[in-house]
Design a binder for this molecule. Structure first.
Ligand code: CO
Length: 134
């Protein structure tokens, strides 16, 4: 059911410093920062030949990554994003299999303007999974 790895997301305490690390030290192409208030994050995308890295910085009062950064003050891998052809069909199949979808279970529009859902890390080897309709 799942397809390509769309991105690996890394939470960072400072997006400008994260951008400098990837664009400067690692020599990668990094997008302009984008604020996503409905997701409580600001993001940049690092373009790699075979996938993307998403750097996430908290935005606003109750950012969903604030608690993660309290536990991981230097930052850390936050989630993996896999592509699916049909996000509603994927959700129905996963919930029937007993997996938990975060939030109200309805897809939201993600950072690429496409529908996304998040799956509970306790159901997937301790890894937060984002599904994005490709
Ligand atoms: Co993501």
């Amino acid at each position: 059911m799942i397809g390509r790895l769309n991105h690996v997301a890394i939470a960072v305490p400072d997006l400008a410093a994260g951008t400098a690390m990837y664009a400067g030290t690692l020599g990668a192409k990094v997008s302009e920062p984008m604020a996503l208030p409905e997701h409580g994050v600001s993001v940049v995308f690092v373009e790699l030949p075979n996938t993307k890295i998403e750097l996430l910085e908290p935005l606003g009062e109750d950012s969903p990554i604030a608690a993660f950064l309290l536990k991981n003050p230097a930052g850390g891998i936050h989630h993996l994003c896999y592509e699916v052809d049909d996000i509603t069909a994927a959700r129905d199949r996963l919930t029937q299999a007993g997996a938990r979808v975060l939030g109200d279970g309805e897809p939201k529009i993600g950072a690429h303007g496409k529908p996304v859902l998040f799956l509970h890390p306790k159901d997937f080897a301790g890894t937060l999974i984002e599904l994005e309709q490709a």
